[in-house]
Each structure stands twice: as structure tokens, then as C-alpha cells.
Design a protein around this ligand. Structure first.
Ligand code: GTP
Ligand code: MG
Length: 321
């Protein structure tokens, strides 16, 4: 049982908009969620898209409030699990690997290793717990067409897994637009309900958003959609105790550059992505195979750096014994 939540109890809409809605007898969250978006757009002065994404958000919030669920103890225990990246130095700054029930962002310029880390995690999640895995499956949302079965087989073999089996344990979908990407996140959620999925990877989070909303005037719409998408990913992580990782491109932070602080890179998507990502890791190239990872934002991980290598076998430490 749930009591109805009035719109004016929430901090979502400005006073005057709430008044206008009240005049039309739209008083509660429920009223708002089930009203026609066109009509709401007229009443509130918002765009239809904005209305729809707010409806989505509220719908999710309502659904969440409705759910009281029991979990079996093994699921509770799994919340504490982490997946190894293949490099103990990188694992160390991540608090022991990539965490289940959390979002981890890997950002960096081209060739910095974002996709390779995502591949490696799709392999490593399949490993037994004694080797840093969860003996679980992976979901890979590919937005750039970069998924490479060949490369993953190579990593799987090096990790001691059967390469064919490893491919069968990775669900892949290639998405060609923002719309498809939003859908993919919803499908991934359902997949996690049916299958023992330990990792969901999105490579890359922002490419389609950037391409489809290139103009400054579209920024608000883009950010709203992106925020909703990240929220869906967040739901996957928390509802299913899955490790969710996404990659992100970077752009030059113009302000830092013009103030003479050099070329400073910023992950795309601004604060919307930053606030919702549990852990934000920035990657950069060093010499040859070497890459440097740095924790730049995290609720509990210190801002530390770790070097790692991208080898034929996959992600590895600088020195492998
Ligand atoms: P963008 O998607 O272009 O932004 O870059 P990214 O950060 O995803 O880079 P990615 O993870 O694709 O890293 C590419 C780098 O990984 C290459 O420059 C190579 O150094 C390395 N790499 C990729 N495949 C292999 C491989 O099969 N063997 C080896 N030794 N290195 C590889
Ligand atoms: Mg890539």
C-alpha cells in the first residue's frame, strides 16, 4: 500500500508550474504520470520531450516505492563482490576491482584503453571467484561497432577460459541511435532478471548523444535524456547487484586550457554523468603499451593513480611475474 504523493511535496517543479497543474486538477504524481504529455506540455510550458522524461522519472520512482522485496542471502553477499580488471595495480585503486551494485566510468582520449578494459571485464566476470570473477555472464552495449569476438577470444584464452564458451556468455547488442541505446538499457535490465549477469558494459555512453544533439540549444534535452539513461543503468546496478561500467569520451576543458593550465580533458556529459557515476576513472596513454588510470571522482576511493599495460593477453600489470 502506498499513499499518494502530491506534486508540491517534491522538489521537481517550480511553484508556478505546480499551480497551473493544480488548476487542471493534476495534483499527484500519479495524475501527472498518466496524463497526456501533449496536454501537460500545454499546461506547463515544458516541451513534450521534457514532460515525457519527467513522467519516466516519476514512474520509476513510483515503481521503486512499490517494491518491497526479499532477496536470498547469496545475492546479499554478492553485493560485496568485485571483478578484477586483470591488473592488480588498477584493481587496487578501484578498491579491489570493479564493484557490483555500482557504476564505474572509464573516460579518456582515443586509444587510452576504455574499450579494452570493457572487453577484459566481460571475460573476467566469467572467472571463478578465486580468480577475481563471479562465474557470471556479461552484457555489452556496443554503440561504436567496436566489439571484436577475435580480441575477446584472445583475452579469454589467456585467462584460461574456453574461448567459444566465453563468447556464449557475453550478450551483445549494437545500437545505432540514442533511441536504441535507451531501449538496450531497458532490455538489459530484463536480461538481468532472467540470467546470472554480473556485468553490464556500455561502450560508449555518450557518443550517440553527442552526435544527435550537437547544438548548444539541444543541450538541455540531451542532458535530460542522458540523465534518464544513466538512471536506468543505475537501476540495473542496484536492483540486480550487477557491476555497470561505461566508457566516455573526453573533450578539452576550454576554460582550463585558456587559463594556461594546459590541455585539461573533461569527460563528456558534465555534471549529470559525474554525479551519478559512482566512480569516475580517467585514462591516459603513456609509453608504448603503458596506460595510466586515475580516480578523479568517487564517494570513497582516494584519488590515486595506477599504471597498467594493454598486452596481447589483455589488461595486465606493468610487471607480470
Ligand atoms: P576510442 O574508442 O577510440 O576512444 O579508444 P579506447 O580508449 O576505447 O581505446 P581501446 O581500448 O580501443 O585501446 C586501443 C589500444 O589498445 C590500441 O592502441 C592498442 O595499444 C591496444 N590494443 C588493442 N587491441 C590490441 C591487441 O589485440 N593486442 C595488443 N597488444 N594491444 C591491443
Ligand atoms: Mg573504444
Amino acid at each position: 500500500m502506498r499513499r499518494e504523493v502530491r506534486l508540491d511535496e517534491l522538489d521537481l517543479l517550480p511553484e508556478d508550474v505546480i499551480r497551473r497543474l493544480e488548476e487542471k486538477d493534476i495534483l499527484t504524481v500519479e495524475d501527472f504520470v498518466y496524463a497526456d504529455p501533449k496536454y501537460l506540455a500545454e499546461v506547463t510550458g515544458m516541451t513534450e520531450k521534457e514532460v515525457e522524461s519527467l513522467q519516466d522519472e516519476l514512474r520509476d520512482a513510483v515503481a521503486e516505492a512499490d517494491e518491497v522485496e526479499f532477496r536470498t542471502l547469496d545475492r546479499v553477499e554478492r553485493e560485496r563482490d568485485r571483478i578484477t580488471t586483470g591488473s592488480s595495480a588498477l584493481d587496487e585503486i578501484l578498491g579491489g576491482g570493479v564493484g557490483c551494485g555500482e557504476l564505474t566510468e572509464f573516460a579518456g582520449p582515443f586509444g587510452s584503453g576504455k574499450t579494452q578494459i570493457a572487453f577484459q571485464l566481460c571475460v573476467n566476470v566469467q572467472l571463478p571467484e578465486s580468480e577475481g570473477g563471479l562465474e557470471a555472464k556479461a552484457v555489452f552495449i556496443d554503440t561504436e561497432g567496436t566489439i571484436s569476438p577475435q580480441r575477446i577470444k584472445q583475452m579469454a584464452q589467456a585467462a584460461g577460459l574456453d574461448p567459444g564458451e566465453a563468447l556464449r556468455n557475453i550478450y551483445v547488442t549494437q545500437v545505432g541511435s540514442v533511441e536504441e541505446q535507451l531501449q538496450a538499457a531497458k532490455r538489459a535490465y530484463e536480461l538481468c532478471e532472467r540470467e546470472d549477469v554480473g556485468l553490464v558494459a556500455v561502450d560508449s555512453l555518450t557518443a550517440h548523444f553527442r552526435a544527435e544533439f550537437p547544438r548548444l540549444k539541444d543541450v538541455k534535452e540531451r542532458q535530460t535524456m542522458l540523465a534518464n539513461h544513466v538512471k536506468d543503468l543505475w537501476k540495473i546496478a542496484t536492483d540486480h547487484d550487477v557491476a555497470v561500467v561505461f566508457t566516455n569520451q573526453v573533450h578539452v576543458d576550454v576554460e582550463a586550457a585558456t587559463k594556461g593550465r594546459g590541455r585539461k580533458y573533461e569527460p563528456v556529459g558534465g555534471t549529470i554523468v559525474a554525479h551519478q557515476a559512482t566512480h569516475r576513472i580517467m585514462l591516459r596513454r603513456a609509453k608504448g603499451e603503458v596506460r595510466i588510470a586515475r580516480v578523479i571522482d568517487s564517494p570513497y576511493l582516494p584519488q590515486r593513480e595506477a599504471p597498467f599495460r594493454i598486452t596481447k593477453e589483455g589488461i595486465r600489470d606493468l610487471q607480470t611475474e
